[in-house]
Structures are given as C-alpha cells and as structure tokens.
Write a protein of this length. Sequence first.
Length: 257
Amino acid sequence: MTEVSVTKDAIPPGADDLVVLKNVNKHFGALHVLQDIDLTITRGEVVVVIGPSGSGKSTLCRAINRLETVESGDISIDGKPLPQEGKELARLRADVGMVFQSFNLFAHKTVLENVMLGQIKVRKTSKAEAETKARGLLDRVGVASQADKYPAQLSGGQQQRVAIARALAMDPKVMLFDEPTSALDPEMINEVLEVMQQLARDGMTMVVVTHEMGFARSAANRVVFMADGRIVEEAVPDQFFSNPRSDRAKDFLSKIL
Ligand code: ADP
Ligand code: MG
C-alpha cells in the first residue's frame, strides 16, 4: 500500500484579513481627519464604528472604497492594495458594497432596474440573469412587491432596503454602512436593522457606522470607537458598553445611552 502524503498549502498569516488599513492618514486642509489608522477586518466579522459627529467615521468608510484618497498608509481589500485609479480600482471597488445615510437610488429607474444596473454594467451579467438575481434580493430584503415602482413611491425604510439589495447584487466581499438609519423615521429603523442583522447572521463581512447601540450590542463582533480622527478604543460590545476604558468613550456613552 502506498502512503499518501497530503500536503496542504500553508495558510499565509492573515489570510482571513479582508480589509486592512495600515497607518492611514488624511487631512482636509489643516484638519487631520484620519490619524494613523490601523484597522484589520476579518472575513465574516461585523465591526460597528461609533464616535462623535466629525470624528472621521464617514471619511474612514469612504477611504475604504476610495471615494476619498488618503495621503499616506496602505489600504487593501482581500490581499490586494487599493490602487489610486483605473480599471483595477473599479474592480476592487465593486467588491465593497456601500449603503449611505441618504438612499442614493437612481430616481428615474424602477426599483428592479436599480438592482439590475450594476450587475449589467459592472459585472457584465446578462439581463435575464440580472433580473432573476434582483428579484431574489428584493425578496430577501422584503420589498419584492415594490419591484416596478420608482424610488419616490417607496417609504424611506423600503428605499434603504432596496439600496442594500442593490449593493448585494454586486456580490461584495464587504458591506459598508454609513449611518443607514439616521435619515429614517423611527418606525422604519427596525425594518432596516433587521435586514442588516440577517446579513450579519448570514456571514457577511460588515463595517457599520451607527448610533443604534442595540444593533451594536447584538450584531457586532467588535466596536471601534473614534474621536478626532483616531481609533481611541476597540473592544467586544459587552466590554465596550459596560466598561469603556477611555475618558472619551465614557463621555460619549454617557451622552447617548
Ligand atoms: P463623521 O462621519 O464621524 O461625522 P466625517 O468623516 O464626515 O465625520 O468628517 C470628519 C471631519 O472632516 C469633519 O470635521 C468634517 O467637517 C470634515 N470633512 C469631511 N469631509 C470634508 C470635505 N470634503 N472637505 C473638508 N472637510 C471635510
Ligand atoms: Mg458621518
């Protein structure tokens, strides 16, 4: 009998690191909006970013998909450094889904078309395949019956769920949410958070800027607290909320909880 030796490729260190920021810096004029940011997001991880207004949370999100350039430091997505521009950037950017506070749907396209467009234009999917996938995703976020309407005919919560479906249609490796419920009427916040909760349970890698502390407690693997352009503190939610270490975090929590 021959012995079969199974040699597995060694897993390179950090192979499960999906989004890596190393020593990232950015200014807006004199304002040092991102200061020495080091952040690694593992595949499947849900990271909630919180912090006072103006602390750099949105800029951080926008830097991760190069809606903002940075002056120094490295950002990579799934092992590939983010280039400054060009085709490779467009491809890598498509791996990063983004959902903004304002819903940003195409007003003159139907809900269904909104979810089909990127697939056809960027992923070069056939129309039929894009439609099937779009309908499936609209169903997944609970708005299948709205497919033929225009965004303005939907409630804010429905529009935001369409925005999530549209981002998911690109099969992103990571989803960024920048205060996705801040512009919603209170009664619509939960329907959006529930979709995000389900996405987290399904194993999506997520970076979520939010003031919804209930979501942070229940869905996050890690809370990142920012102030003045720096990551001041990182911890698992329980630890962060019950025992924040920094004065900045204590002060922030005392104001919002
Ligand atoms: P947050 O999302 O935490 O509220 P932002 O990342 O939006 O913070 O902004 C951080 C700081 O950078 C704020 O002081 C903001 O006014 C400033 N800022 C954001 N975008 C720009 C810009 N395009 N030009 C100049 N200043 C900006
Ligand atoms: Mg912001």
